[in-house]
Design a protein around this ligand. Structure first.
Ligand code: SF4
Length: 239
């Protein structure tokens, strides 16, 4: 378990360690595992279960957010079902905390639905996925369902209210938008792509969290300002 620099969580926990088979070209965790310099911190590349990580949340008194699996896709077939069962047991044993799951394998979410009430469950998008990639969210039950559009690498297929309708149909309760880190001119999203997503979210009344790495890109634009005049970093509304 680690204190996190990710702005929307307090801690990360990684109960499954090793080199993630998704092999996303922009993955910082893969870069670490492949770099001999970090070997002492990350260990070997074999995919394995680390029970010790699950003991961390119980030691934190203040209700906190935990991003589970920041260095591994947890909903892939390489993660054993009994590992996931232990993870969800830990989630249920720590009801005062919030556990945030994010996947690029949304078709497998249904296996674990309904999720415990203290879970937020999201699908990760870059704009390069096929239409309907996040559709499985429609069929899962979770207190908060969300999309993390990061890194935003291509314009999302917004259509004529199509994206707004999809957000509403899947009861999406939160959107995160960010760009690739380290920030490079070559992967900088266009402001228009971000504006389209934010205005679709606004139509559906969905809170939007713009990551810090977008500030230089959007800070001159009204979409980046919240109701109180601050940089827009909204969180889900819990009912
Ligand atoms: S799914 Fe996540 S952890 Fe796995 S390679 Fe892609 S970015 Fe990295």
């Amino acid at each position: 378990m680690q204190k996190s620099k990710i702005e929307w969580t307090d801690f990360t926990i990684n109960p499954v360690k090793g080199l993630c088979p998704m092999a996303c070209s922009y993955c910082y965790a893969r870069r670490m595992y492949l770099n001999p310099f970090y070997k002492s911190m990350y260990g070997n590349q074999t995919i394995r279960f680390d029970q010790c990580e699950l003991d961390g949340p119980a030691k934190i008194k203040k209700p906190s957010k935990f991003f589970v699996g920041s260095t591994m896709e947890l909903f892939g077939d390489w993660v054993k079902p009994w590992w996931m069962a232990k993870i969800f047991k830990m989630v249920e044993d720590n009801p005062k905390h919030t556990f945030i799951f994010l996947t690029k394998q949304p078709h497998n979410l249904i296996k674990w639905s309904p999720f415990p009430d203290n879970c937020w469950v999201g699908v990760s998008l870059t704009g390069k996925e096929q239409n309907g990639f996040a559709y499985p969210l429609v069929h899962i039950k979770a207190k908060i369902k969300f999309l993390s559009i990061e890194p935003l690498l291509a314009p999302l297929k917004i259509g004529n209210n199509g994206f707004t309708n999809s957000l509403e149909n899947a009861s999406i309760g939160w959107l995160i938008i960010g760009q690739q880190t380290p920030v490079k001119m070559s992967t900088m999203p266009k402001v228009g792509w971000i504006e389209e997503i934010v205005s679709a979210a606004d139509k559906a009344n969905i809170p939007v969290f713009l990551k810090d790495n977008l500030i230089s890109c959007v800070d001159q634009y009204p979409i980046a300002i919240d109701k109180n005049g601050n940089y827009r970093q909204e969180f889900p509304v819990l009912k």
